[in-house]
Design a protein around this ligand. Sequence first.
Ligand code: SAH
Length: 281
Amino acid sequence: MPVSPRPRGRVSLVGAGPGDPALLTRRAASRLRAADLVLFDALVDERLLTLAARAQRFFVGKRAGRHALTQDEINNIMIRAAQRGRRVVRLKGGDPFVFGRGGEEAQALQAAGVPFEVVPGVSSVLAGPALAGIPVTQRGVAGAVLVTTGHDESAFAAQVGQLSPGGVTLVVAMGHARRAALAGVLRAAGWPTDTPAAVVASASSPRQYVWRGTIERLEQGEGGLDGDSPALLVVGQVAALDLTSAPINRVARRRDDRRGIRPRSTEPDALRSPVVRRGER
Ligand code: SAH
């Protein structure tokens, strides 16, 4: 009797990285190429979707504060599609298990008995500071990192209240709009108001923007942005560091411009970043 083929349906919870398509992992690219269905969020660079040429692609994220679909609806679509043998990619900004509700989706898939995997991504909470020249740990300066969100001020207050100020780096996602209030919470918790702080927005994109200041200046509302770019707050002594090598990049670029050289890229078109500079890969 012929053995029926194993159903190939499955869900891959895939991290898309912080924005620049060059920071996608190889496994993520291969899952996108093989996908029948891609469900993607707002922070995903749409150039990545061109990799999923044969897939149906649906936006399921938040638009203007409203969810296009509820979490249950997203879970049900994934489960039903996988049960019908389809390869589903659930594409999320950064890493799927860092503030992306990837954990809840994995629980729903597990409960439904649907085969699934997690494809980790480069999370903005680490890549953002790094691209801004801020090492989140640095010997003798910061020996620990707290990654948290700023959308609930009292939860934030409870978390930072347990830390002794100094020696810890805070990385706050989803907190930019409430930065003044969050800075007030830190002051009340005993953080010196001259503690360095930074805002890192649209990290890895051509619009990347970095502001550096202090807790006090954040509390005064500085560090604002035009529009609604995704942004992180970084607080702690490391936020004063600026370990970038901009002069070298600038010189290299000027030289290229004079010679009319376009930076070469070995990446496929779909993955080519608009800001590939010489020597960057
Ligand atoms: N899973 C994502 C985080 C999702 S929460 C990750 O691992 O990166 C969304 C928050 O992430 C945004 O509010 C913002 O604080 C942060 N964020 C995402 N992409 C960013 C980027 N390119 N630059 C700065 N912050 C970013």
